[in-house]
Design a protein around this ligand. Structure first.
Ligand SMILES: [Zn+2]
Length: 481
């Protein structure tokens, strides 16, 4: 009988750093501009021009390393990774092969059974990106054009140890990595826009074994979901090869998201990696590194713990409020204006996203500032308005600069909590809906919802729902008057 097989997965992630300029010249780092607009003799790789290493690229790369718990190396250096291809006419790419910027990092991921698993990161190195090839039809022939806007843009490559075992874990690792990197603001990490690109190395072995078998590298995945699908497909393919005792050889495959299969790709010729003499080694001082560490923002894991311990959020609420930096900024700013924490978390998670989407706004540019948002939630908590009215006021807050209290006055939606007024309302509804009242008394609990709805409607949506329900229940269960 065949032993059960286990997948061994490692990832290589290229992340484009959010720098103003390219890595070795002062051209703008905007690959999406009109083709070949952002170029100069250095990044066109014309002979006789020396690269000038960007301090900002080193800063952003260091942020990436710190966000992934890596050990920054005191000294690192660039090599020439030699190969020839039309997207690299100088014949080599500047990359840190022998002496990377950082080593020995890790990230903890939450597995499907909610246990934590530590995934080791082998190294992070800096490198320049190559130019982009654009293939177009001209009449009957296909021509390939070269766009140098991307040539020389700053990247880091993150290489994990082969610690991942399932496609789900690989996806969770990428989501966690993206969250950490976005927090440190070193990159936008958008797979859609190409600022994060992922290659996966997959092999299989008998469960319990420690050998590393021949691995297959998969390229061309442009979403985290595609990585999961491609890795799952590749595991199945290798398992069936192993079952029929066919050999698995090391090679590279492309993911075809339409056909949902991987297929072999022609490999680029890769030459040697030799030390580069044109860029001096990068030496990092203790003082500079201490300053970088001091300026790191609080990372989402610690933030979530703090939200639970100090503000009483549930784990799920805390994760929602800490996963994205802009969300946590908005949340914390609302708390600074005395918003009730759990209410704020629930409203930011559930009410704001659809509203902002409708208005094509983001948390950064919406006119709904955290101060007025907090004011609204306080009125809700003090039962000055009910949740329906609060949703209405929320919408109006986006359209004016008035305070929540002013808007509540304008729309006359202050909650009715006076017992006399509510009691009269309840009496009237009970009188007018005799059959529902009868149903309730026969044990149909749904009838209560119906009667509550009628009473709320009669109040113009302004009744305090808690008091209304108390009154309604006591009247219905009362002496049958
Ligand atoms: Zn340039």
């Amino acid at each position: 009988m065949m032993p059960t097989l286990q997948a061994v997965i490692g990832l290589e992630i290229h992340v484009q750093l959010s720098c103003a300029t390219k890595m070795f010249c002062s051209c703008p780092n905007r690959p999406g501009d009109e083709p070949n607009r952002n170029t100069c003799p250095i990044c066109l790789w014309l002979p006789g021009n020396l690269p000038r290493f960007s301090a900002e690229a080193l800063e952003k790369a260091t942020l990436a390393c710190l966000a992934l718990n890596c050990r920054i190396q005191k000294e690192s250096a660039f090599d020439q990774k030699v190969y020839y291809y039309p997207d690299l006419p100088k014949g080599y790419q500047l990359s840190q092969f022998h002496r990377p910027l950082a080593r020995n990092g890790w990230l903890d991921i939450v597995q499907e059974d909610e246990t934590l698993q530590r995934i080791r990161i082998q190294k992070i190195h800096m490198e320049e990106d190559v130019a982009r090839l654009v293939h177009e039809k001209e009449g009957k022939t296909t021509v390939s054009l070269v766009d140098f806007n991307r040539a020389g843009t700053p990247l880091v490559e993150i290489v994990t140890e082969p610690d991942l075992r399932t496609p789900a874990d690989a996806m969770e690792f990428l989501r966690t990595l993206r969250m950490q990197l976005r927090y440190s603001q070193c990159s936008t990490c958008s797979m859609e826009q190409g600022t994060m690109r992922v290659d996966a190395n997959v092999s299989v072995r008998p469960s319990g074994s420690n050998v590393l078998n021949a691995k297959v590298e998969i390229k061309n995945m442009n979403s985290i979901r595609h990585v999961g699908d491609a890795v799952a497909h590749e595991i199945r393919r290798q398992e069936s090869l192993a079952m029929s005792k066919e050999p698995i050889v090391t090679h590279t495959r492309l993911w075809d998201p339409e056909a949902r299969i991987t297929s072999p790709m022609r490999e680029k010729f890769e030459g040697p990696c030799v030390p580069d003499p044109s860029v001096p080694p990068i030496v990092i001082s203790e003082k500079w590194l201490r300053e970088m560490i001091r300026n790191m923002p609080e990372m989402p894991g610690l933030k979530a713990e703090r939200y639970m311990n100090r503000h009483g959020l549930t784990r799920e609420e805390a994760l929602q409020m800490s996963a994205e930096r802009n969300v946590s900024c908005y949340f914390e700013s609302a708390l600074d204006h005395q918003a009730p924490p759990r209410l704020a978390a629930q409203w930011i998670a559930a009410q704001l996203p659809p509203l902002l989407k409708d208005r094509e706004e983001t948390l950064e540019n919406t006119p709904l500032d955290p101060q007025r948002f907090a004011g609204l939630l306080l009125m809700l908590e003090r039962e000055e308005i009910n949740a329906n009215a609060a949703r209405e006021v929320l919408r109006k807050l986006c359209e004016s600069t008035a305070s929540p209290a002013e808007i509540v006055v304008q729309c006359g939606c202050r909650q009715v909590s006076e017992a006399d007024e509510l009691e009269a309302l309840v009496d009237r509804v009970i009188l007018e809906n005799a059959s529902a009242v009868e149903n309730f008394r026969q044990g149909a609990s749904k009838a209560l919802g119906f009667l509550m709805g009628r009473a709320m409607q009669a109040s113009g949506g302004k009744a305090n729902p808690r008091l209304l329900k108390e009154l309604m229940t006591s009247k219905l269960k009362g002496d049958g008057q």
